[in-house]
Design a binder for this molecule. Structure first.
Ligand SMILES: [Fe+2]
Ligand SMILES: [Fe+2]
Length: 142
């Protein structure tokens, strides 16, 4: 693991964060019905939340000597609230997996500060995953 490789990996993470923020923005605007209202309430703080993650990662890319990759990824859309939640859970599970791996890689790089930041991201994304999984279990009751 060297700095160049870490820049590349963090740029992938930035893309994932921008994708999540835009997905949640789209779902927040379009989620239908009463179930949709519950999802909207959960997603509202996550739109700026995921962008905040991208801000942190972009700063780190620059401090490692790279350029942040801020192109806009294609956003997948869903029609039903159930499909939206299923997709969001996948996004969060992938984020947890990526940040867990990235924290180990930061340790390999000898960057303890980055390791801790990435562990915090992994913890935040696991909270998102848990929140959405709980909603998925309870949504039928609505
Ligand atoms: Fe995030
Ligand atoms: Fe998240």
């Amino acid at each position: 693991m060297d700095e160049k490789k870490m820049i590349e990996l963090l740029n992938g993470d930035i893309q994932h964060e921008i994708g999540a923020a835009l997905t949640y923005l789209y779902q927040h605007a379009t989620a239908p019905g009463l179930k949709g209202q519950v999802l909207r309430d959960i997603l509202a703080p996550e739109i700026p939340g995921e962008l905040q993650h991208a801000i942190m990662l972009a700063d780190k890319v620059v401090s490692l000597g790279g350029k942040p990759d801020l192109k806009v990824p294609a956003v997948k859309t869903q029609e039903t609230v159930e499909d939206m939640i299923t997709y969001d859970i996948e996004l969060e599970i992938e984020a947890v997996k990526n940040y867990t791996a990235r924290a180990d890689q930061a340790e390999e790089l000898g960057d303890l500060g980055l390791k801790v930041q990435l562990e915090n991201l992994a913890a935040e994304e696991s909270e998102h995953r848990d929140m959405l999984q709980r909603l998925a279990r309870n949504i039928e009751a609505l």
